[in-house]
Write a protein that binds this ligand. Sequence first.
Ligand SMILES: [Zn+2]
Ligand SMILES: [Zn+2]
Length: 332
Amino acid sequence: MEIDQAKRATKRSIWNHHPDLPIQNSPLFSWPPKPIRAAKWLVRRWVDITATLLFTFVAIGFYLFLQPAPETMKTLAPGWIATIYVRNLLFLTTVAGGLHLYLFTLKRQGKNLKYDAREMMVNNGTFTFRNQVYDNMFWSLAGGVTAWTFLEVLYFWGAANGYATTLTFAEAPVWFFVSLLLLPIWASMHFYWVHRFLHWPPMYKRVHALHHRNVNVGPWSGLSMHPVESVIYLSSVLIHFVVPTHPVIFLLHMYIKAVGPAFSHAGFEKVLVNDKRLTDAGDFHHQLHHRFFECNYGTADMPWDKWFGSFHDGTDEAGTRIKERRRKMYQS
Ligand SMILES: [Zn+2]
Ligand SMILES: [Zn+2]
């Protein structure tokens, strides 16, 4: 009995901090239904999570003040494409760079709420430039922002030429808000399936392994991907070619996918200022994926992992089950 407890204590100590366990999936899909908890989850996503609010304001701000005219975007030309590229580059650099500076360089909250106590790796041959942060910055900025800009240009060019239908707020005010609520659910489903595809051994070896260099993660790890993965991962926004929305919804979708990972990979559960929460940041669900690989391919917004037996809820029991799952996978 004592040995068992000691073993558990050792296992638990791999985390400097973790949320209450087991971690939960969205109650939206609970059976029997839990409407009040589900409504709270949805409201919290849009009202309480500062990152989502930030993305909403930036999407509206960029659309109102930094958006090239539809007439200009009818033709692919370096000028307006550069505008979009630069605004994306600055946006990611501000968010990921700001979080990195605050949490890792200046260490403003020490290890408080940090999941993994270890620092970012230096002098390690796994990483480009033998340095985890430089590696992550390079792949995020050179690959990630380029793929992001490519898809954004594709959409706005498509919309300007009538290949994608856009709606004004006045045309569909209710749909504007409904599409906001559906966005995380669609993104979660898309992520689960493309992520499973990326874990298919030939794709994993050639493409996805680059993102998985990061067993421990930091803000710059979020969009640090092989360019092929960046396009596949961000392709969730292509739904706006099929389902008409306001262009701000498209931008918001893109920012959740492209800048959101700077928060979800921050490695800290929350960002604290004078011990008070400024924003939620890290996503322990995904942190577990980086640590144990063959689990939690999706997000907590939709319980695909639960349905397909790959859910790691952070407990020792789930850890043992996932280990067994990995052993079987590598055997076959
Ligand atoms: Zn990741
Ligand atoms: Zn993965």
